[in-house]
Design a protein around this ligand. Structure first.
Ligand SMILES: Cc1cc2nc3c(=O)[nH]c(=O)nc-3n(C[C@H](O)[C@H](O)[C@H](O)COP(=O)(O)OP(=O)(O)OC[C@H]3O[C@@H](n4cnc5c(N)ncnc54)[C@H](O)[C@@H]3O)c2cc1C
Length: 500
């Protein structure tokens, strides 16, 4: 067997949006550090970050009803919505910095303004939406949110959804014009092009098979060069496991205690895509509804205008699917091989607890096209089956771990940064809110892995992200400045089309 050996400062595993973001941040903070990337596929952004594999929502809690919870007394808890909105503002500022510094060009290739709406039917849901609107629209982060239960107004906002609708029940919507559609695939590829221009070594078709600690405290990766079939060895002082669904296996291989007692459960996503341009042209928004009782939060149905391959598209979903693979292009053995002696009890406890999720997934997998069309017709009553095709999106691997609040084997729906005690290796697990909050999450990795450099880097971080360490909600002047400048830099001021 032939070995090729290199030593570098930083290794990023995986060429998705997370590694792209961390690499770009580090190149700005310490340009002299050598960074090497290993990606098992032939290009960047081919798994969850690809534009066809996620919904492209710039999650800012403008429309996602599951981010605001009705408390037992009837009041609305908006703390999660505030958190996610603040995190999205961090991404917007970093992307603006990159555009202003000419490190990214043509922001319209990855981000477009698009109204974000929530839509509900039925008295109880309308009352919830009204209360949610009151709670959010009083908050500076959600300024500009409109509410309406007036049919004429709704016809004006969402003609395709209102056409042919029998209005037996009250219906209402909220709308924020400053929402976004983000092409995370395009952004990932643009960031990797930029990194390549900064001499970052990007090795495609290289699969990381093993990670171990060397006697001098470095991390050694066993990497298979898929062109030659040869195994190479590469060492680094710091490793980021940004393998998406592949991260859990790699974290387990590293042997760090922080990676023990954690399991993963794969849930795949499917969308219906409209093939009739006439229908596509009648809608211009992301419209999120309410999740069905028993459905997990990532299954909230939404009807989305998307901008993919410079074309306006219309997608509905997601429907959930099940395969034991942890990556779309993963192995059928992924789930089984992720079960280890240290997480088997956690996994079994989750299996016993999550019977309703299992039942939900079985139901989803068994859906026929006509049953999927029925769900779509709750949004577009006039939808015709011949106008819609099914596309398979990305895999999410939900984290299962033992928590104080939930006990053994609790299914998590957020993202989790796992860092070794000495910060020398970090992994990102989970998938939500995902790509939208990549900059916030990667700053968290930097904070945990490089605490000794934070003071020295703070001024540069503030130059890139003026709100770093500051709550925008509590600093309205800065919030206004950030909203205005990011909208101008990223070209987010398009007027909505008028539907005829
Ligand atoms: C159906 C669906 C809808 C979503 N909708 C949204 C949305 O609307 N908005 C949003 O913000 N987020 C959304 N997300 C989440 C978002 O897509 C993910 O959080 C994000 O793309 C994850 O990026 P990543 O870089 O961690 O992983 P990925 O993009 O999956 O990249 C990981 C990379 O690592 C590589 N890799 C894995 N193992 C190895 C190995 N051993 N060696 C070398 N390379 C390896 C993979 O090939 C892959 O290229 C959605 C996700 C799904 C599945």
């Amino acid at each position: 067997m032939n070995y090729s050996e290199t030593k570098t400062d930083v290794i990023l595993i995986g060429a998705g949006i997370m590694s792209a973001t961390l690499g770009t941040l580090l190149k700005e903070l310490v340009p002299e550090w050598d960074i090497t990337v290993f990606e098992k596929l032939a290009n960047a952004g081919e798994e969850s970050s690809n534009e066809w594999n996620n919904a492209g929502t710039g999650h800012a809690a403008l429309c996602e009803l599951n981010y605001t919870v009705e408390k037992p007394g009837g009041s609305i808890d908006i703390s999660k919505a505030i958190n996610i909105n603040e995190q999205f503002q961090v991404s917007m500022q970093f992307w603006s910095y990159l555009v202003n510094s000419n490190l990214l060009r043509n922001p319209q290739d990855f981000i477009k303004q698009l109204p974000h709406m929530s839509l509900v039917e039925g008295e109880q849901n309308v009352s919830f939406l009204k209360k949610r609107f009151k709670a959010l629209s009083n908050n500076p982060l959600f300024q500009g949110m409109e509410y309406s239960d007036d049919h004429d107004k709704l016809i004006d906002w969402i003609p395709l959804i209102m056409e042919g609708r029998t209005l037996k029940e009250p219906i209402a919507a909220t709308k924020v014009d400053s929402g976004t559609d983000v092409n995370f695939g395009a952004l990932t590829r643009m960031l990797f092009d930029h990194l390549e221009s900064k001499n970052v070594e990007i090795n495609y078709n290289h699969s990381v098979n093993d990670i171990s600690r060397t006697s001098d405290g470095l991390w050694e990766l066993k990497v298979q060069n898929q062109f030659s079939g040869k195994i190479e060895r590469h060492t680094a002082k710091f490793v980021f496991i940004g393998g998406g669904g592949g991260s859990l296996h790699l974290l387990q291989k590293s042997g760090v205690p922080e990676g023990k007692h954690i399991g993963g459960f794969p849930v795949s996503g499917l969308f219906m895509v409209c093939n009739n341009p006439e229908v596509v042209s009648q809608h211009h928004a992301k419209v999120y509804g309410k999740a069905k009782v028993g459905a997990p939060p990532m299954s909230v149905p939404h009807l989305d205008t998307r901008f993919i391959d410079n074309k306006k598209s219309l997608l509905f979903g997601p429907f959930a699917g099940f395969t034991p693979k942890f990556l779309k292009m993963g192995s059928m053995l992924d789930l089984v091989t992720s079960v280890k002696p240290n997480n088997v009890l956690t996994m079994m406890a989750a299996g016993a607890k999550e019977l309703s999720l299992t039942k939900y997934l079985i139901q989803q997998v068994m859906l026929t096209k006509e049953q999927r069309m029925e769900e779509l017709r709750e949004f577009i009553p006039t939808a015709k089956a011949e106008d819609w095709d099914l596309v398979v999106a990305g895999q999410r691997v939900q984290v299962i771990k033992d928590t104080e609040a939930g006990g053994k084997g609790t299914l998590q729906f957020g993202t989790e940064v796992i860092t070794a005690a000495d910060g020398s290796i970090a992994a990102l697990l989970g998938a939500s809110p995902g790509a939208s909050t990549a900059v916030h999450v990667m700053l968290e990795v930097i904070k945990r892995s490089f605490p000794q450099h934070l003071k020295e880097w703070e001024a540069k971080i503030k130059e890139m992200i003026p709100s770093y360490g500051i709550s925008l909600m509590e600093n309205q002047e800065l919030l206004h400045e950030v909203h205005t400048s990011t909208a101008v830099t990223l070209g987010l001021s398009e007027k909505e089309p008028v539907f005829s």
